[in-house]
Design a binder for this molecule. Structure first.
Ligand SMILES: Cc1ncc(COP(=O)(O)O)c(C=O)c1O
Length: 391
């Protein structure tokens, strides 16, 4: 069996860290952290592969190789954050006058970035409900270049049909980008479904331990890759060698973590769905989820993210959140520890109240990143916080 045939679990551990890959290697099992910012050349006119660490670094090179392998793409690129990866895509691929169609439910920081691009660089954006491909078709204009999706989306866990949207987009020569942060490559490979560009906030499940900020782009097209690689270097938005090492390390347990995130999330979503103080639960693994069947078809799992509306409004949501003892009240997601937050006041506060209302993000909405702790401990913490919430 050749290396590219190894299964996902094997590739998360080995790809990029093959000892023979590192020059001067003493057969280390773990990739060294190469801190040098520059590389000596033997001849003036012969720079060698590694010249300056912003352009390429051996630890990052190992990680980028693994990124591509996990998303089953030809190329992978590492970035200093998910937003650095996103900004690089806008910078590299769009010009004034271009139009983007975006999912109306996207991470708030992505929408904030879109608004800055609209205000400063003459790009226009239409946000539509991508669970309805007809809305995408109607939004296509002669100047449309890119369709920007998350599936499941943040924070309402909406699922869109990546294959159907990609087929539609390609009929109109449009690129499709999928932010795959919520499922990780363990559960879903958007490029295999036809997407042209896959983006990750590495900060989340891929790094997995809430101790790295990072981003990635994975893709197959050589011309697009070269444009993005050029901008990765010219903007300088690269991750540090130490962060690359942490991600290489965190990735080794991705499969184990994702399975436990998901089994805990399934138990907690079911608990919440039956709770008298809960008005609505959003989890793609529940049969009540409107796109349950699409999720089942295009991904091998539903992930560890849940959102729910508590009965009452902002006051009750805040009281509940501040009563939790084991869940950490914090932004971000995808770490081994369970995190909980109020999208309207935290992750999605950078967009206007009107935009949140249009996207269906209510003041009673709570978003949970289910960790890998014992699920009985998590449920008992939720229960004690519900009991302290006056309704
Ligand atoms: C779905 C999604 N995409 C992108 C980002 C941005 O990533 P980062 O915080 O690593 O810049 C986030 C951050 O929360 C996110 O949730």
């Amino acid at each position: 069996m050749s290396r590219k045939d190894y299964s996902f679990d094997t590739r998360t551990i080995h790809v990029g860290e093959e000892a023979e890959f590192f020059e001067g290697s003493k057969n280390e099992v773990v990739a060294p952290i190469y801190l040098s910012s520059t590389y000596a050349r033997k001849e003036v006119k012969n720079p060698g592969f590694f010249q300056y660490s912003r352009s390429q670094n051996p630890t990052r090179f190992a990680l980028e190789k693994r990124y591509a392998s996990l998303e089953k793409t030809t190329y992978g690129l590492g970035f200093a954050s998910g937003l650095a990866a996103e900004a690089t895509i806008l910078f590299a691929l769009l010009k004034p006058g271009d139009h983007i169609i975006g999912f109306d439910d996207l991470y708030g920081g992505t929408k904030r970035l879109f608004h800055q691009w609209e205000a400063n660089y003459g790009i226009t954006i239409s946000l539509v409900d991508a669970t309805q491909p007809l809305q995408i078709r109607e939004a296509i204009r002669p100047e449309t270049k890119l369709i920007w999706l998350e599936s499941p989306s943040n924070p309402l866990l909406k699922v869109c049909d990546i294959k159907a949207i990609t087929q539609l987009a390609h009929m109109h020569d449009l690129l499709v980008l999928v932010d795959n942060t919520f499922l990780s490559p363990y559960f879903q490979n958007p490029a295999v479904l036809g997407a042209d560009i896959v983006v990750h906030s590495i900060t989340k499940y891929i790094a997995g331990h809430s101790d790295v900020i990072g981003g990635a782009i994975m893709l197959n097209d050589k011309t697009l890759y070269e444009k993005l690689k050029f901008c990765q270097n010219s903007l300088g938005v690269v991750p540090s060698p130490f962060d690359c090492y942490l991600v290489l390390r965190g990735l080794k347990t991705l499969s184990l973590r994702m399975e436990k995130h998901q089994s805990n999330a399934m138990a907690i979503a079911t608990y919440l769905e039956n709770h008298p103080k809960v008005a609505k639960v959003y989890y793609p693994g529940l049969k009540s989820h409107p796109q349950y069947e699409i999720g089942l078809r295009q991904a091998s799992g539903f992930g560890g993210m849940i959102s729910f509306e508590i009965k009452g409004g902002e006051k009750e949501a805040v009281q509940f959140l501040e009563s939790l003892e084991l869940f950490t009240l914090a932004e971000s997601l995808g770490g081994v520890e369970s995190l909980i937050e109020h999208p309207g006041l935290m992750t999605h506060s950078s967009i206007t109240a009107r935009e949140r209302e249009l996207a269906g993000i209510k003041d009673s909405l709570i978003r949970v990143s289910i960790g890998v702790e014992d699920k009985a401990d998590l449920i008992s913490d939720l229960e004690q916080a519900f009991s302290k919430t006056n309704l």
